[in-house]
Write a protein that binds this ligand. Structure first.
Ligand SMILES: CC(=O)SCCNC(=O)CCNC(=O)[C@H](O)C(C)(C)COP(=O)(O)OP(=O)(O)OC[C@H]1O[C@@H](n2cnc3c(N)ncnc32)[C@H](O)[C@@H]1OP(=O)(O)O
Ligand SMILES: O=C([O-])CC(=O)C(=O)O
Length: 382
């Protein structure tokens, strides 16, 4: 037994996986060997889900059947929707509402009692969760805006249906394609904190619902998925205060504050997902004739590069660009992290399915640094 301490489990290998390949030095990412650039631009999110869950890209017939089965699970039980509506009216945070709603889902799952060892049942439950998250989130946002939740549109794909249920309008091709691409980019990323949280839970042979709920909780933090909202808040703060973005970044550096959307545990160069999203932001900014967010982010990125952050291995991560892209699609800021969860649920489920084929309880150790052999003093004598 090694006594070497690895804070934050940095660099520690705890499992084998065929899901995400990440080269943090070269800035490369692939799912099951396929480059993220190809998947983002040529595969739908449903195709990516199939790839992650089934091990290979689907044929057209397989994709059609898969997408139909997924779409057939989009409806959410009325009691769950009523609870979501109550939370929306009470001003709940959307991540809290999502976590609570996913906690309610097993009550209405016909296979809720399935054994965690039954991986086929876990896969079907995972499909239900993935299908229902967009319905929950769209209903939440509509109710808090005083609108009625909409039924899912069966003829729209996963991405397009979410945008439809959120806005009430069928999305145009650019919006649908952009959102689908964003979902693919966020679907999986090795043993990131939320995926690892899901796996720890799954390793006890708890159900997949518990794993996804754990994933949502872990993703919500500002060091992980929550950073996409912080980036947008930074851009809005710059805009509302009329501060020059470089001055904002200079002050943040001088005050020792971290720049949201910068830095990564694995990447030492710009995250390949940020490269793709940046290009999409450029396209949207040009077609919408609105370059504000692009101008601010570019100015900050150039300034930080001049400051030598890239040499230190601190570069933009996926969260640096996703928010501005979502803003161009008219999505409210506090839905960005829930959307990340919507996309990443596919990855959490894939890792749980993979890990449970050869499960081993995850149970590391802490080095004990407290006292020993302390004499117990009864409460009245303390
Ligand atoms: C989807 C995702 O989860 S991607 C990550 C999203 N999170 C963010 O964007 C939040 C901002 N970033 C961060 O806090 C960090 O970069 C993390 C948590 C993502 C990764 O951090 P770690 O691997 O633990 O790196 P660590 O915290 O040790 O940082 C190493 C050095 O880089 C610096 N650094 C890291 N991130 C940043 C940043 N965003 N801004 C400024 N400096 C930074 C640290 O201050 C530290 O410098 P020091 O050694 O002089 O103290
Ligand atoms: O891998 C990580 O640590 C964080 C990340 O980029 C992700 O989860 O997408």
């Amino acid at each position: 037994m090694s006594n070497e301490l690895k804070r934050g489990l940095e660099g520690v290998l705890v499992a084998e996986s065929e899901l995400s390949y990440i080269d943090g030095e070269a800035g490369k990412l692939g799912y099951r060997g396929y480059a993220i650039e190809d998947l983002a631009t040529q595969a739908s999110y449903e195709e990516v889900l199939y790839l992650l869950w089934h091990g290979e890209l689907p044929t057209r017939a397989e994709l059609e059947a898969f997408s139909e089965n997924l779409a057939a699970e989009r409806s959410v039980d009325d009691e769950v929707l009523a609870a979501v509506a109550d939370l929306a009216r009470s001003g709940a945070d959307p991540m809290d509402a999502l976590r609570t709603a996913v906690s309610m889902l097993p009550t209405y799952d016909p296979e809720a009692d399935a054994d965690a060892e039954d991986l086929a049942a876990t896969r079907r439950q995972g499909r239900r969760i993935t299908a229902k998250i967009p319905t929950i989130l769209a209903a939440f946002d509509r109710v808090r805006r005083g609108e009625e939740p909409l039924d899912p549109a069966d003829d729209l794909g996963y991405a397009g249906n979410f945008l439809y249920m959120l806005t009430g309008a069928r999305p145009d091709d650019v919006a649908e394609e952009t959102f689908d691409m964003a979902l693919t980019l966020h679907a999986d990323h090795g043993l990131n904190a939320s995926t690892f949280a899901s796996m720890v839970i799954a390793s006890t042979m708890a159900d997949i619902y518990s794993s996804v709920i754990g994933g949502i909780g872990a993703l919500s933090g500002p060091l992980h998925g929550g950073a996409n909202e912080d980036v947008m808040e930074m851009l809005e703060e710059i805009d509302e205060s009329g501060t020059d973005p470089v001055e904002w970044a200079t002050a943040a550096r001088e005050e020792g504050r971290r720049i949201p959307g910068y830095g990564h545990r694995v990447y030492r160069v710009k995250d390949p997902r940020a490269e793709i999203l940046e290009q999409r932001l450029r396209d949207l900014s040009a077609s919408n004739d609105d370059t504000k967010w692009l101008d601010y982010t570019t100015a900050i990125e150039e300034y930080l590069a001049d400051q030598g952050l890239l040499e230190e291995g601190i570069a933009p991560n996926v969260d640096f660009y996703s928010g501005s892209v979502y803003d161009h699609l008219g999505i409210p800021t506090d839905m960005y992290t829930p959307i990340f969860a919507m996309a990443r649920a596919g990855g959490w489920i894939a890792h749980v399915l993979e890990y449970q084929t050869d499960n081993r309880l995850i149970r590391p150790r802490a080095r004990y640094t407290g006292p020993t052999d302390v004499e117990f003093v009864p409460i009245d004598e303390r």
